[in-house]
Design a protein around this ligand. Structure first.
Ligand code: F0G
Length: 369
């Protein structure tokens, strides 16, 4: 990714590029989501879950880790709700430096914790939430022993803005609306920088309205106050005091966008809807942008109603992380699989296709095979 957008990134010939082939993620045209919006509007999903460690964090991490190593850093440190730690651990391994991750105990999705272990990070779980972990990381970073690779590091944000570049490069211009989940608010900040930079460089002719979605139980920006005990099933965005709060507000106001909330039920329903209607399986936090799209279409409760948007508007929803990272909730809903006998009839019956045998059935089967 650094090579693709080198001229827009804070790198030079002296920067060792630590990459795992991140970025250039698919922008998927979604007919069924488009139908939900109607009036010839087109909805695209930017699927960041297909990055090397399964989330958008890799875009920022390749730059942050490359720069940290260029500066002679001895070790990396981050606080995380899961994805940043997985990404930092992977890029640290790739760069050959140690990585410490500070996590809220018991609040990290299984797949993400597993990744941090597998990549060999030093993992410290604290009895506290993400905001407590980030405070500790800020203090440890100030000792000079570590490079912080959270999005308070501008190199992370610089890397993440490339997602906006890719969208413009692919669509030929910026979309009219950009919807995304908001947690620590680094990503909405990064996209807005990216969109503005390409407009200034005449690579696009317009800016999208940025519409961010927080989980209802973890919505400090929406409520305009710190949430002491943020709570949501979408553990990635369980954050009560976002580091890039001000920048997120600026992006929303300057772009004529909005900040809104979606409930856990809406998030989970959208996660399954997207998987079953568009074939894109994302983690719950990522489904907040889809839940938000549905809410915007249902003008009654939405901070931004799509009822008035022009026909043919183009809408991009970023989905930030892969569904396999957080399997526990879907697992709970899966019915137990009881094996059936290994015969065609039993398998057909299990599929729900079974019909009483008729004389021509053998002919039908042999024709199909
Ligand atoms: N979606 C996912 C899957 C995330 O992991 C995060 C943040 C967000 C959305 C929100 O992005 O913080 O830039 O507003 N995860 C961080 C982490 C906090 O530690 O992995 P944001």
């Amino acid at each position: 990714m650094i090579e693709r957008y080198r001229e827009f990134l804070p790198v030079s010939a002296a920067t060792p590029v630590i990459s795992l082939g991140e970025g250039s993620t698919p922008l998927i045209q979604c007919p069924r989501l488009s139908e939900r919006v109607g009036r010839s509007c087109e909805v695209f999903v930017k699927n960041e879950g297909v990055n090397p460690t399964g989330s958008f964090k890799d875009r920022g991490m390749t730059v942050a880790v490359s720069k940290a190593i260029e500066h002679g850093t001895k070790a990396l440190i981050c606080a995380s709700t899961g994805n940043t730690s997985a990404s930092a651990a992977a890029y640290a391994a790739r760069g050959g430096i140690p990585c410490v991750v500070i996590l809220p105990a018991g609040k990290i999705a299984t797949g993400k914790l597993l990744q941090a272990f597998a990549y060999g990070a030093k993992i410290v779980a604290i009895d506290g939430n993400f905001d407590d972990a980030l405070q500790i990381v800020r203090e440890l970073g100030a000792t000079g022993d570590f490079a912080i690779v959270n999005s308070i590091n501008p190199d992370r944000v610089a890397g993440q803005k490339t997602a906006a570049f890719e969208i413009i490069d692919e669509m030929g211009d910026a979309p009219d609306f950009h919807l995304l989940p908001v947690g620590n608010a680094g990503n909405i900040t990064a996209y807005w920088i990216g969109y503005r930079e390409f407009l200034a460089g005449k690579k696009s002719t317009r800016l999208p309205a940025m519409i961010g979605f927080q989980a209802a139980g973890a919505a400090p920006i929406f409520h305009q106050r710190i949430i002491e005990k943020p709570d949501t099933i979408a553990s990635a965005i369980r954050i009560g005091n976002p580091a890039s709060w001000k920048q997120a507000c600026a992006a929303i106001v300057e772009s004529g966008g909005a900040i809104d909330v979606v409930s856990d039920d809406e998030i989970l329903a959208s996660q399954i809807w997207l998987a079953q209607h568009e074939g894109i399986f994302v983690e719950p936090a990522s489904a907040a942008s889809i839940a938000g799209l549905f809410k915007a279409c249902n003008s009654g409760r939405a901070a931004y109603s799509f009822q008035e948007i022009p026909d043919g508007s183009r809408i991009v929803c970023t989905v930030t992380g892969h569904g396999l990272k957080d399997p526990d909730i879907v697992l709970q809903r899966m019915r137990e699989l009881k094996p059936v006998a290994a015969t065609i009839t039993d398998v057909q019956r299990a599929i729900g296709l079974w019909q009483p045998p008729v004389i021509s059935s053998e002919v039908e089967i042999s024709r199909e095979t």
